[in-house]
Design a protein around this ligand. Structure first.
Ligand code: BGC
Length: 269
């Protein structure tokens, strides 16, 4: 891959598995030094495995434990990375999880846990990234922008999702946080956008693809008739983080095989 992100430092939250791991690999092959964030001691091993793959392919990076829903941990992670690598150029605001429940049975804990990681976590990391971008300003040797943030949203920032109200609410929240801060800081040459993945084959949605019946049912929701792979998101993340997308601000880029095209209307309506 062309080294479009050479000499840039990228923090990828929630990068020990799934989409985050895929994005970390794509960014590293584009030349970025990647900080593979993972939440707790138990996720260190999978994060180390992601790093080992990256190093084997000639990439650079470290792993870093930090729970993105905790303000003090996020502040410390950004300070440590700046101390060790000089700055942060790219934030992939990716950490996210599901705690599904029928709404009338949903506990406050399930609600708060999902909102805490998916939305508050993105707020805390974006705030620290923006503080660092404002401090450093543009360094033309690396990029035309002072910094780039990519928020991992979902098709569920627009598709309502019964049984997943906490998750859908967190993604809808990401959309307007992202657009508001993109508007607020564009004049400072900070570019902020979202990627909205559809069904990507990762542990978060295992039950939707692990049996042939489940996969067939899932494919009725995907006009392009294949489940997505983390690399599909990684390729788009590299583009959004590079100067190739320098005039792109505040968009929600759907990478979903057409899931948001109302597939039920293909043969109906
Ligand atoms: C969810 C997955 C789901 C996909 C499409 C994602 O945001 O995390 O579980 O398969 O949306 O519905």
């Amino acid at each position: 891959m062309e080294k479009k992100l050479q000499n840039q430092v990228a923090i990828i939250t929630g990068a020990s598995s799934g989409i985050g791991a895929g994005v970390a690999k794509s960014l590293a092959s584009a030349g970025a030094t990647v900080i593979i964030n993972h939440p707790v001691a138990a996720t260190k091993e999978p994060a180390d495995a992601v790093l080992a793959d990256i190093i084997k392919d000639g990439g650079k990076g470290i792993t870093y434990q930090c729970d993105v829903s905790k303000e003090n941990e996020v502040i410390e992670m950004f300070a440590d990375v700046v101390k060790q690598f000089g700055t942060v150029d790219i934030l992939i605001n990716n950490a996210g999880l599901q705690r599904d429940s029928p709404f009338d049975k949903m506990t406050l804990e399930q609600w708060n846990f999902v909102l805490g990681v998916n939305l508050t976590g993105q707020f805390l990391c974006a705030r620290e990234a923006i503080r660092e971008f404002l401090r450093r300003g543009v360094d033309e040797t690396k990029s035309k922008a002072a910094g780039k943030i990519i928020c991992m949203s979902s098709v569920h920032e627009v598709i309502p999702w019964a049984g997943h109200a906490n998750y859908a609410a967190s993604k809808g929240g990401i959309m307007l946080m992202m657009k508001s801060i993109s508007q607020e800081f564009a004049w400072k040459k900070i570019r902020i956008n979202s990627i909205c993945p559809g069904a990507i084959q990762t542990p978060i949605n295992r039950q939707a693809w692990e049996t042939p019946q489940a996969l067939n049912e899932l494919l009725t929701l995907i006009p392009y008739k294949r489940i997505g792979q983390p690399e599909d998101i990684g390729n788009v993340a590299v583009w959004l983080a590079s100067d190739d997308s320098d005039y792109v601000n505040g968009i929600s880029l759907f990478v979903d095989g057409g899931m948001t095209l109302y597939p039920g209307f293909t043969t109906n309506g």
